[in-house]
Design a protein around this ligand. Structure first.
Ligand code: ADE
Ligand code: ZN
Length: 322
């Protein structure tokens, strides 16, 4: 059974992390930047572990310099993602990689991405919205301008605020100020937690950052009381199984907790995170969930419904992509 054509909703991708290696090599050649060290001899991204992955990711980002680079990237990502049946995707966009947190520059980059999203929607039939994102290992002070960029541009393409990056940098409370800025501006919130930091990091993230969704959240499986809290508070997990396997957050697909989380009543969704880095697609994620846990078209329809309800877009967009 191929799941490629099933309509899919994907809530957790990183725009730069969706860049195909060939696209990054093309930009590097145009700009005469030597980043040959980040690729395997076969041409894929080369990294040893999560910390090294972040370094390779940031090296790839050095080739993305102008708003037009982000326009081209957005179109390339939409064309590729639409081929896997994705009809709506949310993607993390980082002011740190788009003008260094400067609001005026950010607006130029945002206009390029937003225009490309509109063009991509018309050409490929996929809707994209952006979640403005602080990068945790750049520190709490760097996340404040990111949150201000989010607050100043909320509406239209920008639908939420979040935080990605090295999860073990500081505690959630250290980032509360930037989340407060975004919350007070009315943005829905998500934060990577429990990819590396275990159940305690998920619990603190919910308590101190008051998020509606958690990126990954798989560490929660070890704490039954926390699972009940997640269910009671209706918090949705953006689970990225293929990413977790490749980055070795879990040993293998069979031991991935997504099925146990779902069985505990947690609202789980499925996403690819950074598909070319992890050699995955939404089709591949569905195939592996089918092979590993026996999930079928009915399970994927239910997952999609959860994702649709948890999407940060407005209700008119939600109704249109349903
Ligand atoms: N940025 C891109 N991918 C990420 C991941 N899996 N975890 C944290 N930050 C990221
Ligand atoms: Zn992520």
């Amino acid at each position: 059974m191929s799941f490629q054509t099933l309509p899919k909703i994907e809530l957790h991708t990183h725009l730069e992390g969706c860049a195909p290696p060939d696209f990054i090599r093309m930009l590097a050649a145009e700009k005469k930047i030597d980043i040959s060290g980040i690729f395997t001899p076969a041409g894929g991204y080369d990294f040893r572990d999560f910390d090294h992955f972040l370094k390779v990711y940031e090296a790839a980002c050095t080739t993305l310099q102008t708003p037009d680079d982000f326009r081209r990237l957005t179109l390339a990502v939409l064309e590729e993602t639409a081929q896997h049946g994705v009809v709506y995707m949310e993607t993390f966009v980082s002011p740190d990689f788009c003008g260094g947190g400067d609001l005026v520059a950010w607006k130029d980059y945002l206009a390029a991405m937003s225009d490309a999203a509109a063009e991509g929607e018309a050409r490929f039939g996929i809707t994209m919205r952006g979640i403005v994102t602080g990068i945790r290992h750049f520190g709490p002070d760097a996340c404040k301008p990111a949150a201000r960029c989010a607050a100043e541009t909320f509406g239209g393409f920008v639908v939420g605020y979040g935080m990605a990056g090295g999860e073990l940098a500081g505690r959630p409370a250290d980032y509360a100020y930037s989340f407060d800025i975004a919350r007070e501006a009315g943005l829905p919130l998500t934060c990577h937690a429990g990819e590396w930091g275990g159940a305690a990091m998920v619990a603190e993230t919910i308590r101190d950052l008051k998020v509606a969704r958690i990126g990954h959240g798989i560490g929660a499986i070890d704490d039954p009381a926390l699972l009940r809290e997640i269910v009671d508070k209706d918090i949705v997990l953006e689970v990225c199984p293929g990413s977790n396997v490749v980055l070795k957050a879990v040993t293998d697909w069979a031991s991935h907790p997504i099925a146990r989380l779902r069985d505990a009543g947690v609202k789980v969704t499925v996403s690819t995170d950074d598909p070319p880095f992890f050699h995955t697609t939404m089709t591949a994620e569905c195939d592996l969930l089918h092979r590993t846990f026996g999930w079928d078209a009915a399970d994927f329809a239910a997952l999609n419904q959860t994702a649709l309800t948890a999407a940060f877009c407005d209700d008119a967009t939600r109704a249109r992509v349903a």
